[in-house]
Write a protein that binds this ligand. Structure first.
Ligand code: GLA
Length: 403
């Protein structure tokens, strides 16, 4: 009898591990810098320290950027006990010293691993070492983990990411978990309790409007990535964000207006703002784009509502994003190669966010209009708007209720 009862009990006894991410982190989209877009595998401790210095000296820290994230290829080997070590040539002082340095600047350190046996760059992955790696990261003082999805044969994404979430939990240091499985297994459906952000697409490619075909996979221009964000906004909110990948601003391929459009649209869709350029040698134009505080305020708005496409006419898309205190962001994006005239009759607009239950009330409320790139008040919604948007550019506005 006892034996039968025991068997019954053990089968039904479900040990509950804590598979939930740390709460209270990333209540607005994470802001920082990551090495991959500009440097790929060429990372070392001097460069990371210089990036931390530059984040402070360029005003990016003051504008809200916090994370200094090392992407792939920092790894050396596992030792005989399975502990991972950084590449001793590139990181001779070790990760703890680097984390201490980054923290001394008032910034946070991010690191990268992979759910599979190897990372995408062929370095040791965390498969089978999840709890040990999480302990190691905690002992180094890591604050953010980007967890990739190469070489994961036979694994299911939800389970694999939950294993790492549980490992971080067990290690005890609050860490932002960035799910990077490229949207393959609909991470928006299961990622909310597991991580703080999830990639929705394959990798960004440094162009405004193109697709780069690598044979077995493709990478995507800024516009292509934007198109892939449709229908995902219901899944995003404080602590859990859709991630359309890191920024290509300042990486030399986009024109100044394209940089502006890229930044504006990432702000409109409440995307993580992770710069991917060399912060040590930015032009003043690049700094101006990346540190535009009023555009950043749209991205970092505490409601955490992802914006939506409201209308498309010719090459111009009109996007709205509800903000706190009944404010709205409004962005006209001209995807075409010719300037476009916009005529906007306020009383003819029916702007309703049916998912988050917000309404732009132009019939009863007068909104003050501010141009966020000109940094100028340009009137109110009492008067209809006629204006021009240059090719591959935006007009980005904030509407403030005067009620
Ligand atoms: C994948 C990710 C990229 C980058 C590389 C590193 O492609 O999607 O963002 O981390 O791996 O190898």
């Amino acid at each position: 009898m006892l034996l039968i009862a025991d068997v019954g009990f053990s089968q039904g006894n479900n040990y509950t591990q804590n598979y939930n991410k740390f709460e209270g982190l990333a209540l607005t989209p994470p802001m920082g810098w990551n090495s991959w877009n500009r440097f790929a595998c060429h990372v070392d401790e001097n460069m990371i320290r210089q990036m931390a210095d530059a984040m402070v000296s360029t005003g990016m820290k003051d504008a809200g950027y916090t994370y200094i994230n090392i992407d792939d290829c920092w790894h050396g080997e596992r030792d005989s006990l399975g502990f991972i070590h950084p590449d001793p040539k590139r990181f001779p002082s070790g990760m703890k010293a680097l984390a201490d340095y980054v923290h001394s600047k008032g910034l946070k350190l991010g690191i990268y691993s992979d759910a599979g046996s190897q990372t995408c760059g062929g370095r040791p992955g965390s498969r089978g070492y999840e709890f040990q790696d999480a302990q190691t990261y905690a002992s180094w003082g890591v604050d953010y983990l980007k967890y990739d999805w190469c070489n994961t044969e036979g694994l299911k994404a939800e389970g694999a990411y939950k294993t790492m979430a549980a490992a971080l939990r067990r290690a005890g240091r609050p860490v932002v978990l960035s799910i990077c499985e490229w949207g393959n297994d609909q991470p928006w459906e299961w990622g909310r309790t597991v991580g703080h952000l999830w990639r929705t697409t394959g990798d960004i490619f440094n162009c405004f409007d193109c697709i780069e075909d690598h044979g077995t996979w493709k990478s995507w221009g800024v516009m292509q990535i934007l198109d892939m964000q449709q229908n995902l906004r219901r899944y995003a909110g404080p602590g859990h964000w859709n991630d359309p990948d890191m920024l290509e601003i300042g990486n030399g391929k986009l024109s100044p207006s394209e940089d502006r459009a890229h930044f504006s649209m990432w702000a409109m869709v409440a995307a993580p703002l992770i710069a991917g350029n060399d912060l040590r040698s930015m032009t003043s134009e690049t700094i101006e784009v990346l540190t535009n505080k009023e555009v950043i305020a749209v991205n970092q708005d505490s409601l955490g509502i992802q914006g939506f496409q409201y209308a498309v006419k010719d090459s111009v898309e009109t996007w709205f994003k509800p903000l706190k205190n009944d404010d709205w962001a409004l962005c006209f994006l001209n995807r075409g190669t010719k300037p476009q005239t916009i005529e906007f009759k306020w009383s003819a607009q029916e702007v309703a966010d049916t998912i988050f239950h917000k309404q732009l009330d132009v019939k009863h409320t007068v909104y003050k209009i501010r141009d966020l790139w000109m940094k100028k008040d340009i009137g109110t919604t009492k008067k209809d708007m006629k204006t021009m948007v240059p090719a591959h550019d935006v007009l980005m506005l904030r509407l403030s209720s005067t009620k």
